[in-house]
Ligand binder design. Structure first.
Ligand code: NAD
Length: 321
């Protein structure tokens, strides 16, 4: 067994998790991914060629297997696409509650640092803009997004509980919309939707009138922020909750034009009904993370789309889709 620090990542075969695996391996960590391959896939890790890496098929709703000494537990397992919120509602709710419990208990039992992923969805359809960490949000507990939003809120409360009762070093990251290579073309989130539609010569579907806004963070920026937070000194980061995202806010109808321009596509934009509880605005206040970690995003939306495109071209050309 090597002396390298050991990081366990739940959801390591997913979009964010697989990039985190790469970053940790690059920095000499031993890494174990626990994933049930529900929305992620082994293909996302097929490029990894390291003796320091292990991929274990495991559902985090079940207690974790024994993996020896563990220094970090990154909890990034959860379907995150609104497309899955109805069809996999119970699985999502339990992954963010029982799964979070298993991850936090594992960190406690191994005296490890826990870094759970939370989401900007915990702000619901926000009445405060941009969203600061102090804002308590406006989630509809009876709405169609509740299984994801409310269970993630619960996972944050569970983190508070583990810190209060067991003094576990927990650092929670509220991730705002992030995109990049390895998102599935049929993932259902807006950038994969637009890129897939434009590449296939279809019209781009905008829900509502397209004036709703989002702020999109490129995956490399997110991973740099996660790593800086995870590696920060105990007195700086333990028990903290931070927003990570890009502050470049854009209307969804403008985003459609950015994608059409980037591909020089012939597609038009078509409008369909806005789903219930779709947030009208979404932009992180990142004052806290800038001060705490000296981190800020550096990849513009235009550059990020260009970096993401080859992946979608390859995937849509492959037999897997
Ligand atoms: N990408 C974003 O924009 C974004 C925004 C906010 C929060 N997040 C959070 O980041 C994390 C990762 O999201 P992502 O975008 O990479 O999604 P993803 O669907 O690509 O990855 C999630 C991974 O978790 C795995 N998984 C799901 N349920 C599981 C279970 N019960 N047991 C084991 N594995 C399970 C999936 O198979 C997949 O590999 C999630 O917690 C999500 O809520 C992501």
């Amino acid at each position: 067994m090597s002396d390298a620090q050991h990081a366990v990542i739940t959801g390591g075969a997913g979009f964010v998790g697989s990039h985190l695996v790469d970053s940790l391996l690059d920095d000499g960590f031993r890494v174990t991914s626990l994933d049930n391959f529900g929305s992620g896939c082994p293909q996302n890790l097929a490029h990894v060629d390291s003796e320091r890496f292990d991929s274990v098929e495991h559902d985090v709703r079940e207690p974790f297997p024994e993996l020896g000494d563990v220094d970090y537990v990154f909890h990034f397992a959860s379907r995150a696409s609104p497309k899955d919120f109805a069809s996999h509602a119970v699985e999502i709710a339990l992954t963010n509650s029982e799964g979070a419990h298993n991850a936090l208990a594992y960190a406690r039992d191994h005296d490890a640092r826990a870094i759970p992923a939370s989401t900007s969805e915990i702000y619901g359809d926000p009445e405060v803009h941009p969203q600061t960490e102090e804002y308590n949000g406006n989630v509809n507990v009876r709405g169609p997004r509740a299984p994801y939003d409310e269970s993630t809120r619960f996972s944050e409360a569970l983190a508070v509980a583990f810190r209060q009762q067991y003094d576990v070093d927990i650092r929670t990251i509220r991730i705002f919309n992030t995109y990049g290579p390895r998102m599935r073309p049929d993932d259902g989130r807006v950038i994969p939707n637009f890129l897939s539609q434009a590449l296939q010569g279809d019209d781009l579907t905008v829900y509502g009138d397209g004036t709703q806004t989002r702020s999109f963070c490129y995956i490399d920026d997110l991973v740099a922020g996660i790593r800086a937070f995870a590696d920060a000194d105990l007195e700086v980061a333990a028990g903290e909750v931070i927003n990570i995202g890009n502050t470049e806010e854009i209307e969804i109808r403008e985003l459609a034009e950015v994608v059409i321009d980037a591909l020089d596509a012939d597609s038009d934009v078509v409008y369909e009904d806005l789903p219930e509880d779709d947030p009208q605005v979404r932009r992180p206040d990142i004052t806290c993370v800038k001060k705490l970690l000296d981190w800020e995003p550096s990849v513009s939306l235009k550059d990020g789309i260009e970096r993401t495109l080859p992946h979608f071209r390859d995937d849509l050309g492959s037999d897997d889709y």
